[in-house]
Design a protein around this ligand. Structure first.
Ligand code: UD1
Length: 423
C-alpha cells in the first residue's frame, strides 16, 4: 500500500486540468448496459473505481476496450452472459450496485449483492428498491442479495422520493428509460451528474426531461441506439483543488471546471477572503497575503454545499482566523478526518453532526491515516500547509477518486512524494 509524504509548500501557481467526473462516469458506464449498440465514453477519469466498474462490466459479458491511461472507453453489451453482481465486487465499491436497474430494465432480472455499510455510515438502498417495485419489479432479499425480476418488463410510475437521494434518482431514471409508459420522479436529487447521465441517455434515444431539477419526466422507449459521449468535468476534484489553493495561497486556473456547478463553494471561499472567478474554459482561484476568515457551512443536497467537499473545507478552516461551525446533514459518520486533522495540530471538537473548528496559527506535520476518499484528500490539503513533514498512510482511498493527484499539485509547486508503505 502506498503512502504520501508532503512538505509545506508555498503558494501554488499554474494550471490544473480537471478530469471527468467520477460520480458521473460510474453511472454512465452502468447506464450503457441499457443498449446493445456500441457506446464510446470520452473524458473518463482513470481511477481505481472506474477501472473496477469496467471489470464488473466484463464479468457480465460486456465487451470493453479501455487501454491503460486512455480516457476513452468503448463498450458493447450485445449479449449479456450474466446478470449477477457478486458480493465481492459490490463490497469493494458501492456504485457497482447501480447495474441492478439497467440489467432489470434490459433483460427483466438481476441479482446484485446488497451493499454493506461503509466508513461514512449505513447507506441503505431502500429508496432504490421502492422505486423499482413501483415500476412493477418483484424484489426479494435473500442471503445478502437483492433478487429483482420484472419478466414482462418495467412499467412507468409516479414516484416521490422522501429524500432527494442522488443514487436512487439516477438509478430509477435509468430503469424508467426502457419502461412501458411514463415515469415521473418527484423530489428528485438535482446534482449536475444527474443531468449528465440524462444527456447521455438522451443522446442514445431516451426521452428524459427535467433532469437537474426536482421533477424528472421519462417517456419510456423500446430500445436505445449507440453513440459517443464526453463525461462532464469533476466538480468535486475541482472544488478540492480550489480549497487547496485557498489554503496555500497563490493563483491557479482549473481548466475544465464549471463555476456554475460550484456556487455554494465559491460563495464560502469568497466569504473566507479568497478570490474566485470564472474564466474561459475554467475557474481561477487566488489568494495573496491576507489571512482566512472563518466561515460556517452546512452540507445540503445540490445546490447546497456538497458533503463531498466538507472534509476539505474543514481542513481549510483549521487555519482560519477564528471559529467556524461545520454541520454535516447528509451522512451520519462523516467526521473521521477530524481526529486526524487534530493530530496535525488542528483544534476541532465534534458535537453530534456539528464540528466546531477553532482556527490555529499553524498546523504541524505528523503521520496520519487516510480513512475514506474525501477525508484522505483533506489531509493532503492540511499537509500542504503544515510545518515540517506529513505522512499520509493508506492512500489507496485517494486513488479511488483522484487522477494524478500529486502530479497535478506538484506541477503548481507542491512537494508531494509517493512511496510504498512498508508497515
Ligand atoms: C452519491 C455520491 C457521493 C455523495 C452523495 C451525496 C456517487 C457514486 N456517490 O452517493 O459521493 O456524497 O451522493 O451527494 O455518486 N439514503 C437512504 N436510502 C437510500 C439511499 C440513500 O436512506 O435508498 C440516504 C443515505 O444513507 C445518505 C443519504 O440518503 O444518508 C444520501 O445518499 P445519496 O444521496 O443516495 O448518496 P449516494 O448516491 O450514495
Amino acid at each position: 500500500m502506498d503512502k504520501l509524504t508532503l512538505k509545506a509548500s508555498g503558494p501554488l501557481s499554474g494550471k490544473i486540468p480537471i478530469a471527468g467526473a467520477k460520480n458521473s462516469a460510474l453511472k454512465l458506464m452502468a447506464a450503457a448496459i441499457l443498449t446493445d449498440q456500441e457506446v464510446v465514453l470520452n473524458n473518463l477519469p482513470n481511477l481505481a473505481d472506474t477501472r473496477f466498474m469496467a471489470r464488473l462490466l466484463d464479468s457480465l459479458g460486456i465487451e470493453t476496450y479501455w487501454p491503460a491511461s486512455s480516457s476513452t472507453l468503448r463498450m458493447r453489451s450485445a449479449e449479456l452472459t450474466s446478470t449477477i453482481a457478486p458480493y465481492d465486487l459490490v463490497r469493494k465499491m458501492r456504485a457497482t450496485f447501480n447495474v441492478l436497474g439497467p440489467l432489470l430494465a434490459r433483460v427483466g432480472h438481476a441479482t446484485v449483492s446488497v451493499p454493506g455499510g461503509c466508513a461514512i455510515g449505513a447507506r441503505p438502498v431502500d429508496l432504490h428498491l421502492k422505486a423499482f417495485e413501483a415500476m412493477g419489479a418483484d424484489i426479494v432479499i435473500e442471503e445478502g442479495y437483492v433478487k429483482a425480476a420484472a419478466l414482462r418488463g418495467l412499467h412507468g410510475a409516479d414516484i416521490t422520493f422522501p429524500f432527494p437521494s442522488v443514487g436512487a434518482t439516477e438509478h430509477a431514471m435509468m430503469g424508467a428509460v426502457l419502461a412501458r409508459g411514463h415515469t415521473r420522479l418527484q423530489n428528485a436529487a438535482c446534482e449536475p451528474e444527474i443531468a449528465d447521465i440524462a444527456n447521455f441517455l438522451n443522446s442514445l434515444g431516451a426521452k428524459i426531461t427535467g433532469a437537474g431539477t426536482s421533477c424528472i419526466e421519462i417517456e419510456g422507449v423500446s430500445s436505445l441506439g449507440g453513440g459517443e459521449y464526453a463525461t462532464m468535468g469533476d466538480r468535486i476534484e475541482a472544488g478540492t483543488f480550489m480549497i487547496a489553493v485557498a489554503a496555500t495561497g497563490g493563483d491557479v486556473t482549473f481548466a475544465g471546471a464549471n463555476l456554475g456547478h460550484l456556487d455554494a463553494l465559491a460563495a464560502a471561499l469568497r466569504d473566507a477572503g479568497v478570490k474566485v472567478e470564472g474564466v474561459e474554459g475554467g475557474v481561477r482561484v487566488s489568494r495573496s497575503g491576507s489571512g482566512l476568515k472563518p466561515v460556517d457551512i452546512d452540507t445540503r443536497p445540490y445546490p447546497g454545499f456538497p458533503t463531498d467537499l466538507q472534509a476539505q473545507f474543514m481542513a481549510l478552516m483549521t487555519i482560519a482566523d477564528g471559529v467556524s461551525t461545520i454541520r454535516e446533514n447528509i451522512f451520519e459518520n462523516r467526521f473521521l478526518h477530524a481526529p486526524e486533522l487534530n493530530r496535525l495540530g488542528a483544534n476541532i471538537s465534534i458535537r453530534g453532526s456539528e464540528a466546531i473548528v477553532h482556527g490555529v496559527g499553524r498546523l504541524k506535520g505528523a503521520p496520519v491515516m487516510a480513512t475514506d476518499l474525501r477525508a484522505s484528500v483533506s489531509l493532503v490539503i492540511a499537509g500542504l500547509v503544515a510545518e515540517g513533514q506529513t505522512t499520509i498512510n493508506r492512500v489507496y482511498h485517494l486513488d479511488r477518486g483522484f487522477e494524478n493527484l500529486e502530479a497535478k499539485l506538484n506541477a503548481c509547486g507542491a512537494q508531494i512524494e509517493r512511496s510504498a508503505d512498508s508497515d
